[in-house]
Write a protein that binds this ligand. Structure first.
Ligand SMILES: C[S@@+](CC[C@H](N)C(=O)[O-])C[C@H]1O[C@@H](n2cnc3c(N)ncnc32)[C@H](O)[C@@H]1O
Length: 295
C-alpha cells in the first residue's frame, strides 16, 4: 500500500505534451484527493499522463483511445525508447528541421507524412514537441494534421536535454511501479475497477473545442457520469466550473462527492488583456461514499 502524496509543489512535465495538460492543477488535485493506495489507480483519459506520473501510485492502469500515446509509453516501458535513443534521434532530426523553412516546405511536414504512414513513436514525439501549440488532432481519416509551430530552430540542445530527462524520468518511474498502458475507451476501463480502486477522470471538456483522437459528445459525458457514480471505485472528476460568461450545466449530472474549485488563468496569445480566468472543478468521492452535494 502506498499513500499518494498530498503535497506537490510543482508538477514535473512528461515528454508528450498535449492541449489541456493539467500540469498547473496537479498540486490542487493532489491536495484534494485521499485514497489509501490499497488497490489500483486508473486514469482512463491519460493524455500526457501528467497527473498519474506525478501522483506515482504503486499499481496503475493508464489508458486512452489515442493509440500513439499508449504506444509511446509501452515502448518506454519495454526499453525500445530510452533517453540515449531519444537524444540520438532528436539531434539528427533537429538539424534536418533547422535547415528548412518555417512554411509548408518545412521538414516538419516530411516527418508528419512519415508518421501517418508508419506511426513511429519517435516521430510522434518530434511532432508533439514542434507543432502548433502542443495540439493533438486527427482528421476524419485518422491522419495527424496539426500544422508546424513555425520554428525551424525549435530543437535547441537545451530542449533536447529537457526532453531526454523527461523520458528518463518516466522510464525510471515505470521500473519501480506496477503500471500498465492500454489503448481502450473509458467504458472498458470501468469494467476492470473494484472497490479499493481509485480513478482520476479528465475527459475532453464538454462544450469546448475537442481536437483529440476521438470525438466527445454529451452522450459520452452522461455515460461517464453514470459509470463513475454507479461504480464502486473512488473517483476524482475534473471539469470546468465557470468562466466569466457562464457556469457549466453539465456538473448537475454529478450528484455524489465533494466539490473543490480553484481559479485557473490561461493565456490566448501573449497579450495581458487576453488573460482569461476559468474556475476549474474537482468532484471527489472517497471510499466512504457518505457525502452528497448540491451544486
Ligand atoms: C483532457 S485530455 C486529458 C488530459 C490529461 N489529464 C493531461 O493532463 O494531459 C482527454 C483525453 O481523453 C482521450 N479520450 C477522448 N475520448 C476518449 C474515450 N472515449 N475514452 C478514453 N479516452 C478518450 C483523449 O485522447 C485525450 O487524451
Amino acid at each position: 500500500m502506498t499513500l499518494l502524496p498530498k503535497k506537490i509543489k510543482t508538477a514535473k512535465v512528461p515528454p508528450i505534451k498535449i492541449q489541456g495538460i493539467k500540469t498547473k492543477l496537479v498540486p490542487f488535485i493532489a491536495q484534494s484527493i485521499s485514497w489509501d493506495g490499497n488497490g489500483t489507480y486508473y486514469e482512463p483519459f491519460m493524455g500526457s499522463g501528467v497527473v498519474g506520473f506525478n501522483l506515482a501510485p504503486q499499481k496503475a492502469v493508464f489508458s486512452d483511445t489515442n493509440p500513439y500515446i499508449i504506444q509511446f509509453y509501452q515502448e518506454v516501458q519495454s526499453g525500445k525508447i530510452t533517453g540515449p535513443i531519444v537524444r540520438e534521434y532528436l539531434e539528427r532530426e533537429a538539424s534536418k528541421l533547422a535547415n528548412t523553412p518555417a512554411d509548408k516546405n518545412s521538414y516538419y511536414y516530411e516527418v508528419r507524412d512519415r508518421f501517418n504512414k508508419f506511426h513511429s513513436s519517435l516521430d510522434f514525439l518530434f511532432l508533439q514537441r514542434s507543432n502548433f501549440n502542443g495540439m493533438i488532432r486527427f482528421n476524419g481519416k485518422g491522419e495527424y494534421n496539426v500544422p508546424f509551430g513555425r520554428k525551424p530552430q525549435r530543437f535547441q540542445k537545451s530542449l533536447i536535454t529537457k526532453i531526454v530527462n523527461q523520458v528518463e524520468w518516466v522510464s525510471q518511474l515505470m521500473k519501480e511501479k506496477d503500471w500498465t498502458f492500454v489503448c481502450m475507451p473509458f467504458t472498458e476501463a470501468f469494467k476492470l475497477m473494484n472497490e479499493n480502486d481509485f480513478v482520476y477522470l479528465d475527459p475532453p471538456y464538454i462544450d469546448r473545442y475537442d481536437g483529440y483522437y476521438d470525438s466527445w459528445s454529451e452522450e459520452l459525458a452522461l455515460e461517464l457520469a453514470h459509470l463513475a457514480q454507479e461504480g464502486r471505485a473512488s473517483f476524482c472528476f475534473s471539469m470546468w466550473y465557470e468562466n466569466k460568461y457562464r457556469k457549466n450545466y453539465h456538473l448537475e449530472y454529478w450528484k455524489q462527492g465533494k466539490l473543490y474549485t480553484t481559479n485557473h488563468f490561461y493565456h490566448i496569445g501573449a497579450k495581458e488583456k487576453n488573460r482569461n480566468s476559468m474556475i476549474e472543478a474537482l468532484i471527489v468521492r472517497d471510499e466512504h461514499r457518505t457525502e452528497f452535494m448540491n451544486l
